[in-house]
Design a protein around this ligand. Structure first.
Ligand code: SF4
Length: 323
């Protein structure tokens, strides 16, 4: 069966001022030629340090940003070729859940209106009563109660606010949801509840997720496959179990080595790979392999040629050492 989402050679550059005394404009290459597919009902985890371009990738895929180059095909429809005025039906099928449940909800709107707004935009209710019933049903679906509809966001905890954000996304019965670090801003004790809720919803509603996170521990149990992103590029992509068992890219290996292991004996033996230096600027990324300035395995070729994204058998890696 054809994948629900197909991302091909996607690029998103931002033109920014070159500096106080510069007349030129520089290009910030936030997303620089990424490709992947997501099957129906699948969760693809997209992981990387902050500033690696993963949020920009999510926003460009659902066309909150216009791409610089490349294509995204959703259920056979090349979405960038649609005139913006024809995007509305597609916006109903693709939704986004944002990282910050504090900033993403309008503090002056009641929860009922926040959840009801997409119902209004897409004309999904025939009457006020039907709208109210839909809002109550959505609140119930995310573990809140109908009485919450008349309250305001500041009256809720972080976990509850994220549930409101999920109810708002579900209001239009989407097929694909981009979850942009949906649990990063929440207490650890609440994170598992939100993850469980998203997994149950996926099961019941046959949802497809792109799950964006900044560390591999967060996506281990939620994702069927994981793509690791570094400085605008995907450096490794594999099934979740395969990636954890058999990481090939030095960056993935370093990220995995940073995850604590629950077994104290194994934890005592854990060898951490310390990543030295900062992520270089996406305005002026290193020539060749972008990871070479922090890679202990770097060779001469790494500063000369960008490694190709090679397929080792449903396991893709971009590194000159991996053939
Ligand atoms: Fe390291 Fe070279 Fe592989 Fe890049 S291509 S990850 S610099 S070994």
């Amino acid at each position: 069966m054809a994948p629900l989402i197909e991302v091909r050679n996607l690029k998103k550059y931002f033109a920014i001022d070159g500096g106080l005394f510069s007349r030129t404009r520089a290009l910030l290459k936030a997303v620089d030629d990424i490709s992947f597919t997501i099957d129906r009902g699948e969760t693809l985890g997209l992981v990387g340090e902050s500033g690696c371009g993963k949020t920009t990738a999510g926003r460009t895929i659902c066309r909150l940003y216009e791409p610089t180059a490349g294509s995204v095909t959703f259920d056979g429809v090349p979405i960038y070729s649609l005139p913006p005025s024809e995007m509305l039906p597609l916006r109903r099928r693709i939704q986004m859940i944002f990282q910050d449940p504090y900033a993403s909800l309008n503090p002056r709107m009641t929860v009922g209106d926040i959840v009801g707004e997409p119902i209004d935009i897409h004309g999904l209710a025939q009457s006020k009563q039907e709208r109210l019933e839909m809002v109550h049903e959505l609140l119930h679906t995310v573990g809140l109660s109908p009485e919450h509809a008349t309250r305001f966001p500041h009256e809720f905890s972080g976990g509850q606010r994220q549930r409101i954000g999920v109810a708002r996304a579900l209001a239009v019965e989407p097929e694909f949801i981009i979850c942009d670090e949906p649990i990063s801003a929440l207490d650890v004790s609440i994170q598992a509840q939100v993850i469980n809720m998203l997994e149950e919803l996926q099961e019941k509603r046959k949802l497809t997720y792109l799950f964006i996170a900044h560390d591999l521990a967060m996506v281990k149990h939620t994702s069927h496959r994981i793509a690791v992103m570094y400085l605008g590029k995907i450096v490794e992509l594999a099934g979740s179990a395969e990636l954890y068992k058999n990481p090939q890219h030095p960056y993935t290996q370093a990220l995995l080595s940073a995850i604590p292991i629950p077994d104290p004996d194994v934890e005592a033996e854990r060898q951490r790979i310390i990543l030295e230096g900062d992520v270089p600027s996406p305005i002026d990324p290193p020539i060749g392999c972008r990871f070479r300035t922090r890679c202990k395995m770097a060779k001469k070729i790494c500063s000369e040629q960008d490694p190709e994204f090679v397929n080792l058998g449903d396991h893709y890696v971009a590194c000159h050492l991996v053939k």
